[in-house]
Design a protein. Structure first.
Length: 259
């Protein structure tokens, strides 16, 4: 038995990696984030979807989706979110999770409650420390992201955006996360998309930009109009199925005949 044989059960192939494990959608209120996240229920292979709704964001926005495919659990406290999220992680790890995708909508509201919980807990123990609470909320936020990335089920996290003025003048649209988590969290998902709506058109931006916290591991078009999760996943699959053909070596120039 070779030294690597014990690890062969964990080997994956490139084709196994041509789908996202974790998608983050962010944008202004009313931009279509919740609808786009819920549209995963229409994508092939995603027959059951759980939405953990932290701010009643599904009210009215997902009414046209199939009741048989989507379950919504409203949570209004930090303890409530933690209980549901830990139950999801435990069932996913045990292979008993009945959902193909899990949506957290929205993470920034859950983070606000986590921050308030840490503050009150530290005050109750007489260990109030401004720096410590920011460290704890950063650790908590990143832990949610890393657990989401590790799950077997697809995880989609929705957050609001926050517009900040840069030193050079233009505005930047960042994830509305507290503290340094807004800078570190976008490095965890496979796709980070900025979603905005103007009139009847919803636009998703995934291309690299200095003014947005976008990320794209699957060579999607930089800007996509009126997408659904079905069309996004189909575009990823189509790109992954393309086979590169080696270019033929250039023909050597004919030798000149010696006179």
């Amino acid at each position: 038995m070779g030294a690597l044989d014990v690890y062969k059960a964990h080997i994956v192939k490139p084709s196994d990696l041509n789908k996202p494990n974790f998608i983050a959608l962010y944008g202004c209120a009313g931009g279509g984030k919740s609808w786009l996240a819920a549209s995963i229920s229409d994508a092939p292979g995603y027959n059951r979807v759980l939405i953990i709704d932290t701010e009643n964001s599904t009210q009215g926005t997902v009414a046209n989706f199939d009741d048989a495919k989507i379950d919504i659990i409203p949570v209004s406290t930090h303890g409530g979110f933690e209980a549901v999220w830990q139950a999801v992680l435990e069932e996913d790890a045990a292979g008993t999770l009945e959902y193909d995708a899990v949506v957290i909508d929205t993470l920034d509201v859950a983070q606000d409650r986590a921050l308030a919980f840490f503050e009150s807990e530290m005050e109750a123990t007489g260990k109030a420390d401004g720096f410590a609470k920011w460290g704890r909320v950063k650790e908590w936020t990143e832990a949610v992201g890393r657990k989401a990335q590790e799950m077997t089920a697809l995880t989609i996290v929705v957050t609001h955006s926050k517009r900040e003025k840069t030193e050079n003048g233009p505005f930047s649209d960042m994830l509305n996360l507290a503290g340094s988590a807004k800078d570190t969290f976008p490095g965890i998902p496979d796709i980070v998309a900025f979603v905005e709506r103007e009139g009847d058109t919803t636009t998703v931006h995934v291309g690299s930009s200095k003014n947005r916290s976008t990320k794209n591991r699957f060579n999607l078009e930089s800007t996509i109009e009126n997408p659904t999760m079905t069309t996004l996943l189909a575009a990823i699959s189509e790109h992954g199925s393309e086979k590169s053909t080696p270019k033929a070596a250039p023909k050597a120039a004919p030798k000149k005949e010696e006179k």
